[in-house]
Design a protein around this ligand. Structure first.
Ligand SMILES: [Zn+2]
Length: 430
């Protein structure tokens, strides 16, 4: 491919003696990076004021660029005329801390080279996780790589919304994305609210949650601290709180866990395409065949997780099931996950609840990509959608209850005070 200059690149050449204002990102209110990155500032950006330091031997050239579609660090640096020898040394240092195959468009870097084009410093920042840049420095003639862990700014925000058709749409109407819906579906209410069956028009949800920022750019959601679902069919409060071992999970207003032996569904999709039905007419076989599980319509490749902790007792092809995983759980329960495109566990493997086991596909007897999910108790199939009916969660230890109650009331007050404002930021902590 011919080398073409990137339109996003900037090329700055200067030496400390005539250095312009240092191009340091952020401002004084930006949190100071942790000591590992602060201890050695970028060589080319060292602020210089009087008295003038000794004249440098060398002029440092700084290249800053952004990766394009189908780009790589190698291709991008080739466009800046780095030698293969230097690129090989950089690659070697990078590979110890980072897989260069994992780069994505819009990731960006700065590179400092001396007048012989010897790499002095390289800083690579993934666009999606700017808190985890990779830094490579020349130390005693060899390039050493580190993965940095920079602090993100944590802001607490509140939304309070009314559901018109479904929760995802209500959340996006409040200006938030599917990442937040997924936290509610899968983490907070994953075992207690069936978001396919339970919501009704007019239901309300209030959420106190964290958003993480880097240099004022939203990076990802932090934790949901409180979520309150007030519906016609179901009402639930979920408050994030640590147990005696410091393990955080969600508790209702009485301090009982929202966790259950089973999650209600094995993937982050709510679209049920076929329910458990002992008298179903089968669309392919053209006869009555009971449907002994729940089908979820989802794109090929969607992650599938186990709904309860257990041990893999089958992982492979099995007739009409196609590629199938069976997990055996306590109390003679088994779960099956069928038509997978990919199996990611092996027989005998022990799993925690929500461990990844495979990806949605259309193997075996399937008209299109979907997950067929079954629960068997002893040797009887049961309806997965009813698995948690009547089940209760473990209560927080008595000794933790008073502090829990204080936390619950404080979060509820925050929500109540602001429930007339659809979307509000209440401040930030680092
Ligand atoms: Zn099915």
């Amino acid at each position: 491919m011919p080398a073409k200059p990137s339109n996003k690149s900037t090329l700055v050449t200067f030496s400390p003696a005539n250095s312009p204002e240092p191009a340091v990102e952020g401002n004084s209110s930006t949190p100071v990076p942790n000591p590992s990155s602060a201890s050695k500032p970028l060589i080319a950006w060292t602020p210089v004021g009087p008295p003038v330091p000794p004249a440098p031997k060398d002029t440092i050239r700084v290249i800053a660029d952004t990766l394009e579609r189908n780009d790589s660090i190698y291709l991008s640096l080739k466009r800046h005329h780095l030698s293969d020898r230097q690129l090989a040394l950089l690659d070697q240092a990078l590979r110890k801390v980072f897989n260069p195959a994992h780069v994505k468009p819009d990731d960006y870097y700065t590179l400092a080279v001396d007048s012989n084009d010897v790499i002095q410093h390289f800083l690579y920042t993934p666009h999606r996780s700017p808190d985890r840049p990779v830094q490579v420095e020349l130390r005693e003639n060899s390039l050493i790589g580190h993965r940095l862990d920079l602090p993100l700014e944590r802001r607490t925000e509140i939304i309070s919304v009314r559901i018109e058709d479904n929760l995802s749409n209500a959340i996006s109407a409040a200006g938030e994305s599917d990442g937040l819906s997924a936290l509610l579906f899968d983490e907070v209410f994953g075992a207690v609210i069936d978001f396919q069956l339970d919501p009704r028009q007019g239901d309300q949800i209030g959420i106190v949650f964290e958003k993480l920022y880097k240099d004022s750019r939203f990076v990802r959601y932090g934790h949901v601290l409180l979520a309150r679902y007030q519906g016609q069919r179901i009402s639930k409060l979920g408050i994030r709180y640590p147990d005696q071992k410091g393990q955080e999970s969600y508790y209702d207003s009485k301090g009982e866990s929202l966790g259950r032996m089973f999650l209600l569904k094995p993937l982050s999709v709510n679209r049920v395409t076929s329910r458990f039905n002992r008298k179903r007419f089968h669309p392919i076989l053209k006869k009555r065949v009971p449907h002994l599980g729940t089908d979820y319509g989802a794109p090929t490749g969607t992650h599938v997780w186990t709904t309860a902790r257990g041990k893999v007792t089958y992982a492979g092809r099995k007739g009409g099931y196609g590629k199938m995983v069976e997990v055996t759980h306590a109390n003679n329960y088994r779960t099956r996950y069928a038509h997978l495109s990919k199996i990611l566990v092996r027989k005998g493997q022990r799993l925690q609840q929500k461990d990844l086991i495979g990806e949605v596909g259309a193997t075996g007897r399937a008209t299109g990509p979907h997950l067929h999910y079954e629960i068997i108790k002893n040797s009887t199939h049961i309806n997965p959608e009813r698995i948690n009916k009547g089940a209760t969660g473990q209560a927080l230890a008595q000794s933790l209850r008073p502090a829990f109650a204080q936390r619950r009331d404080a979060l509820l007050r925050i929500l109540e005070d602001r429930s007339d404002t659809p979307h509000l930021a209440i401040g930030s902590t680092d």
